[in-house]
Each structure stands twice: as C-alpha cells, then as structure tokens.
Design a protein around this ligand. Sequence first.
Ligand code: PEP
Ligand code: MN
Length: 713
Amino acid sequence: MDDLHTIEGENMAQEVINDTTSNLSEVRANIDNVDKQLLQLLAQRRGLAEQVIRIKSLEQSPLRDEKREANLLRARIADGRTLGLNPQLITSLFHEILADSNRAQQDVLQAELNGVKPSTRPTRVAFQGIDGSYSHLVGRSIFGNSTNASKSAAQVAATSEFVGFPSYKRVVEAVENGDCDCAILPIENTTSGAINDVYDLLLNSRVSIVGEEKFNIKHCLIGLEDVPVSHLQVIHCSQIGMTECSQFLSDIPTCSLQYAPDSAMAMKKLHESGNKLHAAIGSEEAAEMLGLKVLKRGIADHEENFTRYLVVAKTPIKVDSRVPSKVSVVMNTLNKAGALVDTLVVFKEAGINLTKLESRPIPGNSWEEMFYIDFNGNLDDQTVKVALGEITKLARFIKVLGCYPACDVTPTAVPESAGESCDESQGCGKKVHIEVTEKPAPKSSGKDKGYKLASREHKSSNTIINVGGVSIGDGNFLVIAGPCSVESREQIMACAKEARDNGARILRGGVFKPRTSPYSFQGLGYEGLDMLVEAGKAFGMPVITEVMTTEDVERVAEKADIIQIGARNMQNYSLLKAIGETRRPVMLKRGLSAPIEELLQATEYILAGGNQQVFLCERGIRTFETATRGTLDISAVPVLKAKTHLPVFIDPSHAAGVRELVPPLAMAAKAVGADGIIVEFHPEPEKALSDGPQALRFHEFEKMMVDLRKIER
Ligand code: PEP
Ligand code: MN
C-alpha cells in the first residue's frame, strides 16, 4: 500500500482549522466539511490500494507486505503525535484502514480470478426472515459494500435485491433452482453455538460456500413508546434472542414470552399488537426501519455476541493463492477406534490449522456422527490436495463444501517503539542489550518438589496467555498499570487514559484491599469493580483486580478479565482451589516470606484445578533490610524462568514502597527478562486512599515508559 499525498486535501483542512468563527452552527458546518473530506480521502486511498494490487498482481508479488505495514503504522503514529493525536487512536484507525485496503485488494484479485460478468439485473440475495432480520442486515453490509471479498462470488451488479424466505430450506432451494444468485446463512454464534438446521442443510444441498462474514449482534429491547421495563407484560422474541438474553429475561419473570421465527418478525408482531405494554428483542437498525423505539440497549448476556454467516452460491469459486482462505468439508469417518484422531493427524502432519470441528448426528443412523471441519488453506494448494486425498482413505464419506476468502484480516503488528516520542533508528536513545538465558539445566525436577504442571519438564514451551487482544508472555515486555485502589469513577477514568496513552496494555485497580489495619480504606467492592470495568472498556484495555475470598471469586470473574491473588493470600489454599475452577487468567503474587519453591507449589493448586492461565509476580520479600518496603528478589525472575513455563512479572511498586525507586526497579525487571511489570500510579498521590507514597505521578510514569523502551530484553 502506498502513501497518500494529497496536498490539496491538507490545504483544505488547514483552511478549516484556521477559521476562527465562534458561531456554533458554522463550526458544526465546518466539522461536516472536514468529515466529508476525510471520506473522500479514504475513498481516494482505497483507489490507490487497488492500483497497488494491480501492479503486484502483474509482478506476482505477495498480497501483504507486513514490514511495510508496520513501518507505515510507526510513521503515522509519529506524524499523529506531532499533531497532538493519540497513538492508540492512530493505531486503531489505521488497523481499520489497512484492513479495508486489504479487503479491497482481495476483491481485485478475486474478481481477476473468477471473472466479473456485467449484469443488467441486480444480484438477488436470499435470506431467512423478513426485512430487518439479522441475516438481512448482514446481507446489506456484505452486498452494499464493494470491498467485500465474497461479493465476487455473485455477479456484480449495480444494486442488490434482498429476498426473504420463511425457512433456511427455502433459502437454499432458491439458490439451487436459480431464483437467487446467492444466500446468507447464519452458521454459529459465540453465545448460543452452532445453528444445527443450517449444518444439516449444507450436507444435503448442492450449493457451495463462497464467503463468510462475522456480525456483532447487539440485542436491544424494543417498544412502541417509552415504558419502564417493569411495566411490560409481553415480550416477543426469537428462540435465539431468548437464549442470548436469558439473564435479562430472568430479571423480569412476570413478563410472558411470545415466540417469533426471527427477531424482525418479533418486532413486526410488536408493531401489530399496538400495545405499549408489549416489547420485542431485536436490533436497533431494524427498530429504526420499522419506526419503533429502543427501550434498552445491551441486553444480551454477553457483550461479545458474534454470529458467523456463510455466503453460499450455486457454483464454487476459486481463491487467489495470496488471499488468506478457508476450506469447509463435511465427513464421516470409518467406524473404528481412533478414526477421527487418524484424520486429525493428517491435518497436523500437513501443517494445516483447523479453525472449527463440529459434530452432528446423522438422522436414521443412531450414534453415528458427521464431522464438519473448517481449516485455513486453499483447495488449489498441493498440501491441501494431498491431505484431502489421504483423508479420503480414512473416511466413509467426504464432501467439500467450499473454499472462500477468510473474513478476518490479521491486524498489522504494532511496532514495539510505537508509543515513543522519537525514532530510535534516528539515533534517539541508547539501547542496552542484555542476554537472558531462559533454560539453564534444571538441577532437580519439579515433580520431586511438589509441583508438576508448573514445571518446564511438564511443558517446555513458554505459556502465552491471551486476554482481550493482549498477549502475556509472548516475548514482548508488557506493562500493567493503574492505581492501587479504585477510588472514584473520575480517578479510574483518568488512570485508564494515562495508562493507555503511554503504552500500558492492562489496567489495574484494587476494589477489595488487603490492608494491614482494619481501620484503613478497604476498597469500593463491587461498585468499584463496575467502575474499573467501565474504564477498561472505555479505553480498550483488559482489567485486573484482586480477589480475597472464595465467595467473591465467581462474581468477580464474571466481570474482571484477570484475577489477582495478592501476596497475603498466596497460601490461602481454598482460594487457590476456587481460582483453579475459573476460566479467567490469574496473576499469583509471591508471598511476603515465601521461598520460590512454595510459590510454585501454590501455583500448582490453580493448575491442578484446571486453570492453566497463570502468571507469577515477584513483589518484594521480607528481609532484614528496611531501606525499602520489600527486598525485590530480582534473581527470582531467571530462577522462575528456568523452573516454569509460566510468564513472570515484577511489581516494582510494592517492592520499593517509595516512588523514586520504582523506575529503576522497573528497568531492572525488563533487563533481567521479566515478561512485564505491574505498577501503581495516581493522579494525586498525596490524596491516595492507599499506597500513596509508592504511586508514581503521571509525568513520572510517562518518563518511565519512555525510558523502558530504551532497554532491550
Ligand atoms: C496490590 O497489588 O494491590 C497488592 C496489595 O499487592 P501485594 O499483594 O503484593 O501486597
Ligand atoms: Mn498497592
């Protein structure tokens, strides 16, 4: 992708900025003007990206150039800084722009490969339901958008026409008999799982999968007029809507439910009822289409509620080898022990990554299963051909459902020095490189010492924990930052902004505080947790908070992304067992007087309970030394790294006890090979309700973050 130089656009924007009018409507008109220019520039940029792929196509060069993308992102972040724009904003904006360019380029390659037949009539797109159903909305987003990869599957026409059918079966038949060019079918949802009827239809139909799309389903409560939820008597909803909003519905038990085949029908029924005490579950877009009112947003049990949709057409498509693609197959293995494993081994040995394995019963053949498999690959690729050939020998039945462009575009990697104010390649900042050995030969095995699952003998590769888009232990040095305690909404919001703007990736904040004295501030409890979660969401960061009692584990784990077990609870075995049963990642801090071996044994309680997402934290231990709050046992890092595969963090704040010592200890943590640090700061440390003396001031935190980037691991 090439840089965009639009001097004209720059001048126009400058004119608007220089305009110092004080009239509100005039300023707003100027804003509208800037937005229009932004859109024009985006369209112009996409046009250039398409030119780039045409040149690349002639030269047969790869679709993506990751190095160029990373350099571009780094340069834009630096340019943005000079204009006072936030690096995180630039990063997310350019992730979207680069993803859009990628999709536009994929479209060009796909159109070149499959040919585009000009058509005099609109593309007819079949979907289940009526206008306003989720399938219809997805169809509109795919076919109303010229950059969608699956569009080349259908004839490209000036417009698209959407045709609703009462059932999935009728949708598929419309494509099979040529009434429609393609169809949109939901296949799985992140909350309610597989859509079985669609899986069963794919097995017996003659259509091919030609595309996929993920859609964020945002269920709302829709009504005719503003009525308090407690007054409602009837809720119209689809089966899926009911499953995905079950918690919300259980809070209004007096309401009766009336089922509709899909969410748009539910809203239609609400409309027809004319009764303001009726409501429906559906999308905001559909409510707008039907002239209805949104009574409540975000009523789904899980905010992350995505449905994956397939685009199917009568004829299969080919996918350019440079476009990341998927293949879907359905198969039935031989009826013998290990038959499925044998099949999976073929994929493994071919180095093929499976993205989905779903089993479905075969009607009429009790206890036999059909396996639906999706994998990353291209049917024209020799490795895939050979693997599928091998699998044919192990299967009783196998059918390829299609090969299609994958809808996820891997985001451009954020350059390590992205948050920095100056470019190191230009000679700013001196790098120090320190070799860290991760695996000196262990003298004795962990098993003999009372820990097994935590040991390197059990698992030699490093554990990497993925949480909310952040990777812990992947080789990058990660900073968790925030106040000791959440004290108010304003305080945690200010801290979240500070953390994010300066490159911290996870937000910390205590809401249950282990205080030496019962008279000290004990934390804001669940109210504080809600503030922490809100701040994390507002600034796009996962959050970590401490849990002190077994009773709180489940409730905190519902909302916090990472659970912290504090130093005082390292050997609270019932708490560790409860944590072992949660699915949330855990940071276990070393006890005040605990040898490393005991830290590993405590870890074993969590691992043995089933939870493998644990990372450890050295936070200073009790010694005869009184110059610091604790003595930071810096050697614990290489010792732990040798003994365990789990990520190891340092907490310089609790070790130091005074803010002046925090930055040098943080530098030592990075240099010694820790996977990251957890550090405390506060907007006004003098007023902090806990640990004020060790809290960095914002400007000190900012300097520390810049200095940390100069140290190489
Ligand atoms: C904390 O991180 O807020 C804390 C109380 O730390 P520790 O358990 O290490 O004392
Ligand atoms: Mn603290």
